[in-house]
Design a protein around this ligand. Structure first.
Ligand SMILES: [Zn+2]
Length: 192
């Protein structure tokens, strides 16, 4: 019985902490075709990365800190500016068809256990929502950036076998909708 409970616990992970810091809405994405593109950044903190993204008009849908905390920046039904010039099969300009997930990492760091747990959780949720996201449609930025060699993320330190095995064996509960916006981004009273 204890063994069964232990396995069940391993296969049904708790929902990681998710924070919303949404960028201003952009245009709708083509959700008839869906891929996930995995990235890393080289930032020391999420605040620095988010500031940089805002300044450069780039964005990811989700950012996963080394603690495993997920920060949602863009609604996955909208376009985020993460893939740049890119190709996958006959598709190009993948910003319009893909969901970008960025893992906090300063190469040559390894990715943390908590990041794998959160990434598996998130990818599983997205697969549940858009079942056309099969394993071959979860790719690295380095695999789709064009021309080839333009990007190197998530890089050699990202353990694809570990990620795919965990994704195959994890069962998912639907995501809870209890995500509180940061106070500073909540409606502010008008001045004056
Ligand atoms: Zn990238």
């Amino acid at each position: 019985m204890i063994k069964f409970l232990l396995i069940a616990t391993l296969m049904m992970p708790q929902q990681p902490t998710i924070l919303r810091r949404l960028f201003p809405p952009k245009i709708a994405r083509d959700t008839t075709v869906n891929l996930i593109v995995i990235h890393y950044d080289s930032g020391n903190s999420s605040n620095i990365v988010i500031r940089y993204l805002r300044q450069t008009h780039k964005s990811y849908h989700y950012y996963i800190e080394r603690s495993g905390r997920i920060i949602q920046l863009v609604d996955p039904k909208q376009v985020a500016g993460h893939a740049g010039v890119s190709r996958w099969g006959t598709l190009s300009s993948l910003n319009f068809s893909s969901i970008g997930i960025c893992l906090q990492n300063i190469p040559p760091q390894f990715y943390t256990d908590a990041q794998y747990v959160s990434l598996v959780f998130l990818a599983g949720q997205l697969q549940h929502r858009w079942p056309d996201i099969t394993a071959n449609k979860i790719v690295g930025h380095e695999d789709v950036a064009y021309p080839r060699g333009r990007k190197h993320d998530p890089g050699k330190k990202f353990d694809w076998a570990r990620f795919r095995a965990a994704l195959d064996t994890t069962q998912f509960k639907p995501m809870k909708k209890v995500v509180k916006p940061r106070k500073s981004l909540a409606k502010r009273p008008k001045k004056g």
